[in-house]
Design a protein around this ligand. Structure first.
Ligand code: IPE
Ligand code: IPE
Ligand code: MG
Ligand code: MG
Ligand code: MG
Length: 318
């Protein structure tokens, strides 16, 4: 998966494609080594082996790794070395993996396929799936609190990530998504749901990379703007893919949003208008990057690559 993504990017910018490939290798190393493989023995270890297997199952199945990629790319954009941030970045992927396990549960989206594999609860049962999500969220903070930079800056970054993941961000958005099922669609509510359930974690990924990388206030503002607009574009693309992309692309059963009665961009605007709105958010995201001095081709390539499967003849395929 990572090779073909990098190949797509290569058509636009060979340098960005090579950087993306290099960062994805760093991320994969950090992700697979993020969870300890040795469980306590005897009574203290009872149940832990199976829990750890369940956590590793969802964390290590191949995903796009876009949140850690954004973090490392933002750090490099402001002139920092990505390698020292790779375990921190893996913490973001752990929060994301937890959110996917819970998102797929029967009480939520009730999906049995994720990244082309059976969902966590299908294999491990609902109880262990809930706990695997809880475990990943908790251990994400263990990784993100390993010292990587000035302690006060790092504390602020972790604080921002906790807020973006919780009630004000992803979890709040997920609650709104659930409460919105079967409701009459409303454009401003839909935008707010998407900005929180998906946009918040993507925006904070960019923000974290910028802050940990030592950004100036002006760089931070531009990168947060990029992250916010791209975060919304990403979920519009996800909604479009749910309707138009085959399971080989999404790794999910097709049409799940319609079955669940979700309020999505296609359900409200149709596919063509949703693509226009996606392109408008993407353009706003790229515009935010243009105010930055220096090389932004890596972040541009990541953004274009991420939304390309949702666009039949859009900018990403030109
Ligand atoms: C899927 O996220 C859930 C959303 C927040 C839209 P991704 O599209 O990043 O999923 P993976 O990690 O690549 O599988
Ligand atoms: C998920 O949104 C957002 C999360 C916080 C996980 P979706 O429910 O649309 O994500 P998919 O389509 O299942 O990946
Ligand atoms: Mg959902
Ligand atoms: Mg879902
Ligand atoms: Mg979706």
């Amino acid at each position: 998966m990572s090779a073909s993504r990098a190949d797509h990017a290569a058509a636009r910018s060979p340098g960005a494609a090579a950087s993306m490939r290099r960062l994805l290798v760093l991320i994969e190393d950090a992700v697979v080594s993020a969870l300890p493989t040795v469980a306590p023995s005897g009574a203290a270890g009872f149940g832990v082996d199976r829990l750890a297997e369940s956590m590793r199952y969802s964390l290590c199945t191949p995903g796009k790794r876009i949140r850690p990629l954004l973090l490392l790319a933002a750090a490099e954009t402001v002139g920092a070395q990505a390698a020292r941030l790779s375990r921190f970045a893996a913490g973001l992927e752990m929060i994301h993996a937890y959110s996917l396990i819970h998102d797929d549960l029967p009480a939520m989206d009730d999906d049995d396929l994720r990244r082309g594999f059976p969902t966590n609860h299908v294999i491990y049962g609902e109880g262990l799936a809930i706990l695997a999500g809880d475990g990943l969220l908790s251990e994400a903070f263990v990784l993100m609190l390993e010292p990587v930079t000035d302690a006060a800056i790092q504390a602020r970054v972790v604080h921002e990530i906790a807020r973006a993941s919780g009630r004000e961000g992803m979890v709040g958005g997920q609650a709104a998504d659930l409460m919105g099922e079967g409701r009459a669609p409303d454009p401003s509510l839909l935008r707010a749901i998407h900005a929180r359930k998906t946009g918040a974690l993507l925006r904070v990924s960019v923000q974290a990379g910028a802050m940990l990388g030592g950004s100036t206030p002006a760089q931070l503002a531009a990168l947060c703007d990029f992250g916010e607009r791209f975060g919304l574009a990403f979920q519009i693309a996800d909604d479009i893919k749910d309707e138009v992309a085959p399971p080989q692309v999404t790794g999910k059963s097709a049409g799940g949003d319609q079955v669940a009665g979700k309020v999505t961009y296609p359900s409200l605007f149709g596919i063509d208008r949703s693509r226009e709105l996606l392109l408008a958010e993407l353009e706003a995201a790229l515009q935010a990057l243009r105010s930055l001095e220096g090389d932004t081709t890596l972040l541009e390539a990541i953004a274009l690559e991420a939304v390309a499967p949702a666009l039949a003849n859009g900018v990403a395929e030109d």
